[in-house]
Design a protein. Sequence first.
Length: 248
Amino acid sequence: MESFFAQDWTGPEFAWFGTAHLTALLLVVLLNVALTWRLQNAPKKSKRTIAIVMAAILWANELAWHLWNGFTGQWTIQTMLPLHACSLLVWTGALMLITGNYHIYEFCYFLGIGGAMQALLTPDLGIYGFPHFRFFQTFLSHGLIITAAIYMTLVYGLRPTWKSLARVGTTLLVYLVIVFFVNQWIGSNYLFIAYKPPTGSLLDILPEWPVYIFYMILIGLAVFLLLYLPFAIKDWAAIRRERARAAM
């Protein structure tokens, strides 16, 4: 048990797209398929129970992450404030699951799926491979952020609009500016806009600071548009059908 939580982990290091990584990604996919397939037509009470359970797991998992950093002497305001997008979405995403708040949903759909997906594909795990606590904590946290947004979409029937995309994009730009100054004030690197993270990530293929920040914004916009594409196609098809009926 001590080795499971050990700071100086001597087990296997995390390997991108190794067996453990691919298995974790597959389990995230299966979780989403199972929940949406089984619960779309389930009673309202069952849907809410699952939503509350997911919210509790998100909060408990994040609390465990903070406690682990505290007990291992790694908790600092430079790294542990809930200012990274996914850290913020853990708390707000759980609140969305409990309350069904639509405005939180907008952010969880665009920023949660887009951001957590990148974190799942290129997790910042360093030496902590399977079966360390950090491995499970990372995939559980980011996997449930994605699951929460998909669950509210396919099980509860929520959906984003063009206005949602505009609100999320505008708010995120303002948030970037705020976090930039917070980083300058306390010497942190929240949102990775002060410098590229030392561990490998997609940012490694982008130009150096500060130019890569603008690329991040453009990539984020492209991801948001891609996430909205299914709804745009659905709306376009509905308009076509309506026009066809009107012309008959």
